[in-house]
Design a protein around this ligand. Sequence first.
Ligand code: ZN
Length: 161
Amino acid sequence: MSDVLRVGDGQVISIAYRLQVDGEEIDASQDNAPLEYLHGFGNIIPGLEREMEGLAVGDSKHVTVSPEDGYGERDEDAFVDVPRSEFPSNLKLEEGTALRLEGEHGEPIFARIDRVDAEQVRLDFNHPLAGKELHFDVTIVGVRPATDEELEHGHPHTHGH
Ligand code: ZN
């Protein structure tokens, strides 16, 4: 056997990927900017991380991820009715519009307008990919051991942070 590095816990992995949902490509890594993550630390969705295990540079794989291993099932309790008056008057309230709101500590919260009526706006706080089956085409482009600092932080440092 060889001493080729394989994807495993504590390795920094670079992947080129395409993501298709409902037959449409919705995301892909750029040619010169693979996605980097620290394996075993939950940096990426569990269903994808698990399937990368044991692969080496140059290996490609098609991975189908079910909602429970991806962004979760849609939660019917994640809908909230908000009075129209609480929205800025210059905001066009249209079904399907994605909103970036602020939580009580200033953290970003993403929601989508599900329904608009005379008095209320129904917001959907589900992740847009909740309930979706995800189809990834992944190629491993890099595997290297993480540094102690990366292991401590739980993410790669190639691009700073
Ligand atoms: Zn860090």
